[in-house]
Write a protein that binds this ligand. Structure first.
Ligand SMILES: [Zn+2]
Ligand SMILES: [Zn+2]
Length: 233
């Protein structure tokens, strides 16, 4: 491993707190970004203009993206899409050109590692199995870091329309808890402004109610239609 890559990996491990295959996935994805973003077409690349990262999972690898690309929620250049996919897009702020990096399906599959992982998590692994698990865990991670990226990843260029203009962060007051909430996140409940927390509370009370239980049992019943009118009153 060359010196710069080694230092980068150490910084990621320090930030994340342990070595794991997930971190290695994010690490390689970010390395691809560092390599590809400067050589995309269009105007000459200006690293100072910044990178926006869109991550389609919230697993270990995102910590490497934050460490290496300075994409963080606080800076407003990290977007999370809850897709449960090892897919990362990196976009140059200067012109919206970017690269979409996807882990190849099955790229890090290792049957023995999976079997041992379940045992370790269940606390049923013997000391020898536990040791073997952590050894494999480390080996898989380091292989991911050291292998040529095309072995585990596919990537392609993309153009992404970044939102333009200043962000307006208007805050309104929730009528139910009295706290402030960003206007874009507010909803209306009973005709009054509500924050997302108060909307959820409202929904969960409905779920718990006898009314809903009754509704479910009636819809499960074969005679649902016959009873619906009387029972729901
Ligand atoms: Zn991890
Ligand atoms: Zn509220």
């Amino acid at each position: 491993m060359d010196e710069r890559v080694k230092r980068d990996w150490e910084r990621c491990v320090e930030f994340h707190g342990h070595v794991c295959p997930g971190l290695a996935i994010g690490f390689q994805a970010a390395q691809i970004a560092l390599k590809v973003l400067p050589i995309l077409g269009g105007d000459q690349y200006n690293p100072k203009s910044g990178i926006v990262s869109i991550v389609q999972n919230n697993a270990c690898g995102v910590d490497a993206v934050q460490t290496l690309l300075s994409s963080t929620f606080g800076r407003g250049n990290l977007m999370f899409r809850d897709h449960g996919k090892h897919v990362f897009s990196f976009i140059r702020r200067q012109d919206g050109r970017g690269v979409r990096v996807a882990l190849k399906y099955g790229a890090i599959e290792n049957e023995r590692h999976q079997v041992l992982r379940i045992k370790v998590m269940d606390n049923t692994a013997t000391p020898a199995e536990s040791e073997e698990f952590y050894q494999l865990h480390k080996e898989i991670s380091l292989h991911l870091v050291e292998a040529p990226p095309e072995e585990h990843f596919d990537w392609r260029e993309i153009i992404f329309e970044l939102p333009k203009g200043p962000k307006l962060n208007l805050t309104v007051q929730c009528a139910f808890c009295g706290e402030g909430v960003m206007e874009q996140r507010a909803s209306v409940r009973d005709g009054r402004i509500s924050c997302p927390e108060c909307v959820e509370k409202y929904e969960s009370q409905v779920l718990k109610s006898a009314y809903l239980n009754k509704l479910i049992s009636i819809s499960l019943s074969r005679n649902a239609l016959r009873y619906r009118d009387d029972d729901l009153k």
